[in-house]
Design a protein around this ligand. Structure first.
Ligand SMILES: [Zn+2]
Ligand SMILES: [Zn+2]
Length: 695
């Protein structure tokens, strides 16, 4: 069935010292004990308890005038002061939400609504200086995986020959536990921005979010080059672009699998692949030394290891192709055997659905488009009406209808409001939310907050998806909530029939592709580092020389040199830090902000306000201490007493004999000493913010 579809068209810190903005924080209510409330003068608007207190900084932090107090605020990151206990976030290496790339898997994400200001996120952070990476020499082919090789998600690879650069895919990755407050992450485009005038094309393999999620923001940063993909993917990208109305329209071109395009001097062809997204395609870039091939996401159309004739035919183009380099997916490299054929899932779902006499609710990834269309077909054959509930689901199916891939009979799809007009055995409801997303349709139905639908005893709920790592507890809560309604739950693990399969090829699919394309060189992509290493091992096990394989990191600059005879890894790297999209801003320099958020979330904050007599360098009075989310200060008077002593000693040591006083040193030392002390006493590392007032 998948084959059939293919044939239709082709199957900085929280308080920034340099910030001119006012510093705000909440007035302490319960957690602060302080020495008598300071009499703030004209530099503060000190309002009543519970309101926001604004500290207005005047002038630059280090200038003092006779009549104004000066505030010196800095943040001490304890992580910096103790390398043995580094809290530094390694955004690339920690576990990320595996399935977050699924279109419509929107757990915990603020899904931007059309026209909301949060989408106007085009403000760029100050650019670093040019990357200083020389252009490739004549005859050299340069490959830079810019994303997707240290994670699953945000796929993007650049291919550069002579004066031409083409980019393959521009995906996104949703925020993780390590990046609180971030909407999502896109690949680092600095190299491409520096070489904007040579970017000839963006080639998109298919419309899943780990391949198109970065398109709106990436395209505008790299000079909006022509965009090539197949019809369905282009329609989805255009639909997504509508949410970014302030950005230029896409310069989109539909290609088919037999299309040939030119990007500068590069000749580019395509081929169809089987995936859960219809119309997925692979890319062939011709070079004087052979072609560069990438299938994008794929699994084989096979049953019990026997590849279908349609699939064989599709890949027959490689029989005579001289493949110089293969770049391919490593997502399922750890799974042995072949992937389960989607057709088996279709059969399994049909069986399960046929056995049910009451209402059926099915939840699958909104990205599993092929399966969603099949479910509608099954419903039609049983005379059931279909209700689509959930934004991503509706959008995807609408776009499929527009693309003429999804053709439900008139009257099959009915609005949710009409549900009461049909008996239970004539109803099938497709809902988003199989990952336990609280605000998705199924989640709302389960916790009785769905305005238009309520679950009834006797309903059957089919969860036609795997559980994305990280979502286990959320899915368990969902199942518990559903169980309380007296329903029957059929899930991936409990069903005797196959009701879910991955969209990616397992080891045997991968080996088959290697043999079929017989490349000279190989670069594993799409996956965590260990998966890429495993993929290298698998390639070697079927006869490839390890010398011809490079396992890249994001930003690795790989070159094929000496007339296509050697593949090398350059010592330079393209900038590869993740670009985080955070409300209004996109940037690659937000590590400090994120680190602050992580620290605040983990151990809270600790603000100390000290008033120093500028004539004597001594404290004018006992320092004020405010904390949030750290410890209950009222019950820790002894600790506070000791903190005050440390503040006093630090300041007196630092000011002794110094004129003028060096506030930077005092702040740094206060931060260091207090952080160290608090860690020793509490084993916590709150964000320590010393604020100095000099009178
Ligand atoms: Zn995909
Ligand atoms: Zn993918």
């Amino acid at each position: 069935m998948i084959g059939m579809q293919r044939k239709t068209s082709f199957g900085k810190s929280l308080l920034n010292n340099n910030s001119p903005k006012a510093i705000k924080y909440m007035n302490p209510k319960t957690e602060n004990t302080q020495s008598p409330r300071p009499k703030y003068n004209r530099n503060f608007q000190n309002s009543k308890n519970g309101s926001v207190r604004t500290f207005q900084r005047q002038g630059t932090p280090h200038t003092q005038s006779n009549n104004t107090n000066t505030i010196h605020a800095t943040i001490k990151h304890p992580a910096n002061s103790n390398p043995l206990h580094s809290n530094k976030i390694d955004l690339n290496r920690k576990k990320l939400n595996k399935g977050s790339y699924q279109y419509g898997s929107n757990k915990g994400n603020r899904r931007p609504k059309a026209g909301t200001p949060a989408l106007k996120n085009t403000i760029t952070t100050p650019r670093k200086k040019q990357s200083n990476i020389p252009h490739p020499l004549p005859g050299v082919i340069r490959i830079i995986p810019l994303g997707g090789v240290e994670e699953i998600g945000k796929n993007m690879t650049a291919i550069e020959i002579g004066n031409d650069i083409v980019v393959i895919d521009a995906g996104m990755q949703f925020k993780t536990e390590d990046t609180p407050g971030i909407d999502y992450i896109i690949p680092n485009t600095t190299y491409l921005e520096d070489n904007k005038d040579r970017v000839r094309a963006m080639l998109v393999t298919h419309g899943h979010l780990d391949h198109i999620g970065g398109i709106p923001l990436v395209m505008s940063r790299i000079g909006n080059p022509p965009l090539y993909s197949r019809n369905l993917s282009i329609l989805l990208m255009k639909k997504r672009q509508e949410e970014f109305s302030h950005l230029p329209a896409l310069n989109a071109h539909v290609v088919e699998k037999d299309s040939v395009i030119y990007a500068g001097e590069m000749r580019i062809r395509f081929f169809g692949v089987t995936h859960t997204f219809p119309d997925s395609m692979g890319i062939i870039i011709e070079t004087p030394y052979g072609s560069i091939v990438t299938p994008g996401d794929y699994k084989l159309d096979q049953i019990d290891g026997k590849v279908t004739p349609e699939e064989e035919k599709e890949y027959a183009i490689f029989d005579k192709e001289k493949v110089l380099l293969l770049l391919t997916d490593s997502t399922n490299i750890e799974n042995e055997g072949f992937s389960l054929a989607e057709v088996k899932v279709h059969e399994g779902l049909e069986k399960v659905i046929k056995q049910v006499s009451g209402r059926i609710i099915i939840s699958a990834f909104a990205s599993s488009i092929t399966r969603l269309m099949k479910i509608v077909e099954i419903a039609e054959s049983l005379g059931r009406k279909v209700i689509l509930d959930g934004r991503s689901l509706k959008t995807n199916m609408e776009v499929c209808e527009q693309a003429d891939i999804f053709k439900p009979k008139k009257g099959t799809i009915i609005p949710i409001d009409d549900i009461s007009g049909y008996p239970p055995n004539k109803i099938l409801i497709m809902m988003t939310g199989a990952q336990g997303e609280e605000f998705a349709a199924l989640g709302r139905a389960a916790n009785k907050t769905h305005k238009k639908f309520s679950i009834q005893p006797g309903d059957t709920i089919i969860l036609s998806s795997s559980i994305v790592p990280g979502n286990e507890i959320a899915v368990q809560h969902l199942k518990d909530n559903l169980s309380r309604h007296g329903v029957r739950i059929v899930s991936y693990r409990t069903s005797e029939e196959y009701i879910h399969a991955t969209g990616h090829g397992n080891q045997e699919d991968i080996k088959w592709l290697h043999r079929k394309t017989h490349p000279k060189f190989f670069i594993p992509i799409h996956g965590w580092h260990s998966m890429l290493v495993k993929h290298k091992e698998v390639a070697m096990s079927i006869g490839m020389s390890g010398d011809n394989i490079i396992v890249p990191d994001n930003g690795s600059i790989i070159e094929i040199v000496d007339e296509g005879s050697k593949m090398i890894l350059r010592k330079e790297k393209a900038p590869s830090g993740p670009m985080m999209v955070d409300g209004f801003s996109v940037g690659d320099e937000q590590d400090v902000v994120i680190r602050d958020r992580v620290m605040l979330a983990q151990d809270g904050m600790f603000v100390l306000i000290a008033t120093i007599d500028s004539a004597t360098g001594k404290l004018r009075k006992s320092p004020d201490i405010i904390s949030r989310g750290f410890i209950y200060l009222k019950e820790n008077q002894e600790l506070l007493h000791q903190v005050r002593l440390i503040i006093k000693k630090t300041i007196e040591d630092d000011t002794k004999g110094f004129k003028p006083m060096d506030f930077d040193t005092i702040k740094t030392d206060l931060g260091d000493n207090i952080s160290k002390f608090l860690f020793q006493k509490t084993a916590k590392r709150p964000l320590v913010i010393p604020v100095l007032l000099s009178i």
